[in-house]
Write a protein that binds this ligand. Structure first.
Ligand SMILES: CC(C)(COP(=O)(O)OP(=O)(O)OC[C@H]1O[C@@H](n2cnc3c(N)ncnc32)[C@H](O)[C@@H]1OP(=O)(O)O)[C@@H](O)C(=O)NCCC(=O)NCCS
Length: 341
C-alpha cells in the first residue's frame, strides 16, 4: 500500500497536494470512462477474486450523463493534466443523485474522493435540491463511512433484479385490460412531447415534491438510448417507464434496462404495473434481447413483490443512502422503480 501511495506522489499525511478538482470538458470523456472502469474493475477484483471482462457488463454512464448534466460532472486532475478521479452527479428536479464516483486505486485514501463529493454537493446546493441520494455497497464499511461523513444515512436495500426472457409468461400475467394501451415517447409529435413531459412531471411530483425526470427522458429520446413508454387509459396517463437498450447506454449487453418506472400514485393498481411490465418484456423480446433488468428500492414493497411475482430474480443488492430529508417519503403501496446508480 505504501508503495502505491508513493507512486501517486502523496505527502507525509497521505494527501496529494497537486490535485485540482474541475468540471469535465468534452475532451475528457473517454479518459473519465477509463478511470471509472479501472477503479471499479480493481474494486470488483478485490471483492470477487476475478476481474470482470466488462466492468458494468457493457453499460456506460459517462457520455450521455455529461451531455444531460455537464455542470454535475467533475474530475480530479494532477498537475501534469492526468485525470485520476471522477464524479458524476445529476438532478431529477428536487432530487440530486451522486454516482458513479471513482478514484484510481493508486490515488485512493488521499482525500480525492472527499473533494469530488464536496464538488458534487456544491452542485446540488447550486440547484437547490431537497434530497441527495446514492446507491452503494452495504457490505463495505469504507463506502458507508465515506458517505456518512457527508451527511448521507444508510436506508433500505435496493434489489437489482433481472428476468430471463426465454420462458413463457404465465397466462395470468398477460396484459388483461384492453382499455389500457402503451405508446412510445419517440413516436409523439414534437409539440405533444412537451405536453407528455408535463404529465410525467405531475406523476413524479406525487412521489416526491419537485422530482422531475424530464432531462432523463429527453436525453434517452435525443440520443436514442432507448425510449420512454407511456401507459394510458383513453387520454389519461396512468404511468410511464424509461428504458435503455444496448449500445452506448446504461443497458448491459443483451438486456433491456429499466431506469425508471412509475404508476401514478393516485392509482395504486397492480394491474397497471403488470400491464406496463408486460409491455416492456414484450418490447425486449421482440428486440431480440435476452433479459430485462429492473432495479427496485425494497421500501416500494408492492413493486418489489410484483417483480418477484413476475419471475424476477435478485442479481445483487445495494443500499440506498440519503441526505437532506430525514424521514422516508416512499409509500410501500406505490409502484415505483427508480435506479439511483
Ligand atoms: C470510493 C472511492 C471513490 C473513495 O475515494 P478515495 O479518494 O479513496 O476517498 P478518500 O481518500 O477521500 O476517503 C477515504 C475515506 O474512506 C474511508 N475509509 C478508507 N479506508 C477505510 C477502511 N479501511 N475502513 C473504513 N473506512 C475507510 C474513510 O471514511 C476515509 O475517510 P478518512 O480520510 O476520514 O479516513 C474510491 O475508493 C474508489 O474509486 N473505489 C472504487 C469505485 C467505487 O467503489 N466507487 C463508489 C461506488 S458507490
Amino acid at each position: 500500500m505504501r508503495a502505491a501511495v508513493d507512486r501517486a506522489g502523496s505527502d507525509s499525511q497521505g494527501r496529494t497536494p497537486s490535485i485540482k478538482i474541475r468540471r469535465v470538458r468534452k475532451g475528457d470523456l473517454s479518459k473519465v470512462r477509463d478511470v471509472i472502469e479501472q477503479a471499479f474493475g480493481d474494486f470488483f477484483e478485490r471483492q470477487m477474486g476475478t476481474r470482470p471482462r466488462q466492468v458494468f457488463g457493457g453499460a456506460q454512464y459517462v457520455h450521455h450523463r455529461w451531455l444531460m448534466e455537464p455542470w454535475g460532472c467533475f474530475v480530479a486532475e494532477e498537475g501534469d493534466g492526468k485525470i485520476v478521479g471522477a464524479a458524476i452527479a445529476v438532478t431529477w428536479g428536487s432530487v440530486g443523485l451522486l454516482g458513479p464516483i471513482a478514484v484510481l486505486t493508486n490515488y485512493q485514501n488521499q482525500e480525492i474522493g472527499r473533494q469530488l463529493i464536496l464538488a458534487a454537493q456544491g452542485f446540488f446546493e447550486e440547484n437547490k435540491v431537497l434530497l441527495q441520494g446514492l446507491a452503494t455497497y452495504p457490505y463495505s464499511p469504507r463506502h458507508l463511512l465515506l458517505y456518512q461523513k457527508f451527511g448521507f444515512r444508510p436506508k433500505g436495500l435496493v434489489a437489482i433484479t433481472f428476468k430471463p426472457l426465454d420462458r413463457r409468461e404465465p397466462s395470468f400475467m398477460k396484459p388483461a385490460k384492453p382499455q389500457l394501451h402503451t405508446r412510445k415517447f419517440s413516436s409523439l409529435e414534437e409539440s405533444k412531447k412537451k405536453v407528455a413531459l408535463a404529465r410525467f412531471h405531475s406523476v413524479t411530483n406525487q412521489i416526491f415534491r419537485g422530482m422531475d425526470l424530464g432531462k432523463e427522458i429527453e436525453i434517452v429520446d435525443g440520443l436514442a438510448l432507448g425510449d420512454t413508454l407511456l401507459l394510458e387509459k383513453g387520454r389519461d396517463l396512468i404511468g410511464f417507464a424509461i428504458y435503455h437498450t444496448p449500445g452506448v447506454s446504461e443497458a448491459p449487453q443483451g438486456a433491456l434496462y429499466l431506469k425508471f418506472l412509475a404508476i401514478d400514485p393516485r392509482r395504486k393498481r397492480p394491474e397497471d404495473f403488470h400491464h406496463l411490465m408486460g409491455a416492456l418484456e414484450e418490447l425486449a423480446q421482440s428486440g431480440g434481447l435476452q433479459r430485462v433488468i429492473a432495479p427496485v428500492y425494497t421500501y416500494y414493497w408492492r413493486a418489489y413483490q410484483g417483480l418477484l411475482d413476475r419471475g424476477y430474480q435478485i442479481d445483487l443488492t445495494m443500499v440506498r443512502m440519503k441526505r437532506g430529508k430525514v424521514e422516508d417519503d416512499e409509500d410501500p403501496d406505490d409502484f415505483v422503480l427508480d435506479d439511483w446508480r
